[in-house]
Design a protein around this ligand. Structure first.
Ligand code: ZN
Length: 253
């Protein structure tokens, strides 16, 4: 794609900017070395792209973000609800990570699924989860927030920010899938049943008492932004993966 730049560019949730200790980014297609259809910053190994391209792309991201080698924690994602504490026993399969340790970077790979950042502004607990329709239906974000509350967090200190994901505009699903989501997450239109994963995840956060003003749920649609983001749906499976990355800045008291 000619419009893809050779310089790394990141998307950042607005709300994270109010918390100096918090770092939260999502990569874009820009700044990597992979050829089409993985152009250019593909960070997923299980995509058909050459592993050496992916490893070089990951190295560039790690370097640009200033994360120490070995501090990036990448999961084998399975559309489940397991959330692991890091550092800790090496997580095998799972779809979420949690930490309280500065410098430890949480990573989830996405290309339409929702990356959901969650943090406690008072205790500086941080979590990052991967929520596609299966993970959203199973309540992975609710699970992350429940753990915060069980660990002493107060609901009013909790924040959630959703990263780029497929919007209802581009997400027509089967009746079986739609049936797992009550309105307003699903609505019927001419093209079929549209699923709004942002709304469904926002509802989970509100259901656990997160204040509406502390939930950022209007990220860009991956399907609508081919110059910026990979989209599994738009490209019918032949595409790369973006990374959502979050960590606690070791240098901020
Ligand atoms: Zn869209």
């Amino acid at each position: 794609m000619n419009s893809v730049s050779s310089t790394l560019q990141f998307w950042r949730p607005r709300s994270a900017g109010a918390h100096a200790w918090l770092r939260a980014v999502v990569t874009t297609r820009h700044g990597g070395r992979s050829p089409a259809p993985y152009d250019t910053l593909n960070l997923g190994l299980a995509t058909g792209d050459a592993p050496q391209h992916v490893h070089e792309n990951r190295r560039r991201v790690q370097q640009a973000l200033g994360i120490a080698p070995g501090n990036l924690h990448v999961l084998h994602q399975v559309h489940g609800t397991a959330i692991w504490d890091v550092p800790g026993p090496c997580p095998a399969e799972g779809d979420g990570l949690r930490t309280t340790v500065p410098g430890v970077a949480l990573v989830v790979g996405i290309a339409d699924c929702v990356p959901a950042f969650a943090w406690d502004a008072r205790t500086r607990h941080l979590a990052l989860v991967h929520a596609g329709w299966r993970g959203t239906a199973a309540g992975i974000l609710a699970g992350a927030l429940s753990h915060f509350l069980d660990s002493g967090s107060r609901a009013e200190d909790l924040h959630v920010a959703l990263g780029p994901c497929i919007g209802p505009c581009c997400y027509v699903v089967s009746a079986d899938v739609a049936a797992q989501f009550p309105p307003p997450a699903t609505r019927s239109a001419a093209a079929g049943l549209h699923l709004d994963l942002r709304s469904a995840n926002r509802s989970q956060a509100e259901g656990l008492g997160v204040l509406p003003q502390n939930i950022e749920s209007d990220p860009p649609c991956t399907g609508c932004n081919p110059a910026q983001f990979f989209s599994h749906r738009r490209e019918r499976g032949h595409t790369g993966r973006l990374w959502a990355v979050a960590w606690i800045d070791a240098g901020v008291e």
